[in-house]
Every structure is written in structure tokens, then in C-alpha cells.
Design a protein. Structure first.
Length: 239
């Protein structure tokens, strides 16, 4: 069996504040994060993932390589989501969007960008409140994560790719070139877990065969293996 997506994690200067913001915005409940530092919230869908907020002293440096796209059931629903985000401590964010564009770009209290997408977006239909995690990335990295998670490709055109769990839910997308150069560690990263009975080293070897590399530090806290995907994005594998 292959690794499973356990969490999309944020390195955060204010983990508890961010957990409260995203819990209030998404309607997800706080989750027991065991012995780990930081805070977590969990999808009400049992097949979904967690969002974890881990303490970090590193300030935000430029735009993130990935951001959430939130869905809207109607124009009124979109306005309510934007208003709720602002009430919870978010703010409008300028990424050069045009006045005629219907999505709204915001940032959470730690400066992480996200979008509230207009109603009627067919690509995000039936995906849930988080329609997509939209990433800067190459076609190669989309292929890698499709094989790594055994999630099928649901889009592969003009070097843009997207994958989605066989159970449905949030899509993960990569926009293709040009991909901005990476500067420092990503604020958002994937945490993978191994199903019971899976040998960790065998799974790490499989991921390496698909194009991942182990980082120079190798082992992380809590029996984690720290790795990089083909685009140099950090992720971890743990029991």
C-alpha cells in the first residue's frame, strides 16, 4: 500500500491563531494533534485530510507556492465567506488580479494567500469547501504526486495537471510553467502517513524511484523522513 495524505501543514508564526481562523472559516473542528507542537483542524469527511499549523519563527518571504481555493454555492455565499474571513482577521490581498475577475483574493492572519472562487466554477464542482490546493509546479511534479498518492489525474493539458482522491474531495493542481524560483523552505507542505504493515524504507525507496529525494537532514522529529519532490518542495513521511 502507498502513503496517504495525512495533512497539509503550514509553518506558522501563530499556530493557535491560524487554527482558530481556518476552523471558523471552514467550519472544521479542532483535532487532537497528539504529542506534536502547534494545532490542527480536521475535515468532517472521514476520507479528508487535516490542516496542521506548526510553530516557526521564519517570517513569510514572498508569495507561497500553494494556496487554497474555496468554493461558493452562490454569489451571496461568496460574499458571506469573504465577510467571515475579514471578521476573523483576514484581509484583501493584491496579486495583480484584474477588476473583471470574479474570484476574491485574501490572506489569512499570517499572510498566507487564498482565493474565494465565484459560484458556478465547473472545475471545482462537488469538491467541498476547499475546492483545490492550487500549486505552482511543473507537469512532472503533478505526475509524481499522482503516482505517489495513487490519485488519478483529473486534468492534464498544456502542462497543467490536477489530481483528486478516488474518494473525491479537494483537488491538487499545478499550473505549469513558468514556475517561480524557490527561495527558502515552503510554508505549506504535505505530511504523508504509512498504512499499517507498510515498511517505511520500502515506501521511501518507492518515492525515490518516482523522482523524490531525501533531504540532507534525512530524519525529522517523530520518526519522520524528510524528502523533496521533483520540484524541490518539502514533504515528510511518517508512521
Amino acid at each position: 500500500m502507498t502513503s496517504q495524505l495525512f495533512a497539509i501543514s503550514f509553518n506558522a508564526t501563530r499556530p493557535s491563531d491560524l487554527a482558530r481562523f481556518w476552523s471558523g472559516l471552514l467550519g472544521w473542528e479542532p483535532a487532537d494533534d497528539g504529542p506534536h507542537d502547534g494545532a490542527a483542524i480536521a475535515s468532517p469527511d472521514k476520507s479528508g485530510f487535516r490542516i496542521r499549523f506548526l510553530p516557526s519563527e521564519e517570517p513569510k518571504n514572498g508569495r507561497n507556492r500553494a494556496h487554497f481555493d474555496l468554493t461558493s454555492a452562490s454569489p451571496e455565499d461568496q460574499r458571506r465567506t469573504v465577510a467571515r474571513a475579514l471578521e476573523l482577521g483576514g484581509e484583501h490581498f493584491d496579486v495583480g488580479q484584474l477588476p473583471e475577475e470574479e474570484h476574491v483574493v485574501l490572506a489569512d492572519p499570517d499572510g498566507n494567500e487564498f482565493c474565494v472562487i465565484e459560484a458556478g466554477n465547473k472545475f471545482l464542482a462537488d469538491t467541498g469547501v476547499i475546492g483545490a490546493l492550487a500549486c505552482d509546479g511543473t507537469q512532472e511534479v503533478g505526475y509524481f504526486w499522482s503516482e505517489a498518492l495513487q490519485w488519478p489525474l483529473v486534468w492534464d493539458q498544456d502542462q497543467e495537471t490536477a489530481i483528486q482522491s478516488p474518494d473525491g474531495g479537494t483537488k491538487i493542481t499545478w499550473g505549469g510553467p513558468p514556475v517561480a524560483p524557490k527561495t527558502g523552505a515552503n510554508r505549506l507542505f504535505f505530511e504523508l502517513t504509512l498504512p499499517a504493515g507498510t515498511e517505511r524504507e520500502a515506501e521511501v525507496d518507492r518515492l525515490v524511484s518516482l523522482g523524490a529525494t531525501r533531504t540532507s537532514s534525512g530524519e525529522g522529529p517523530g520518526d519522520r523522513v524528510l524528502m523533496l519532490d521533483p520540484d524541490g518542495n518539502e514533504f515528510s513521511v511518517q508512521r
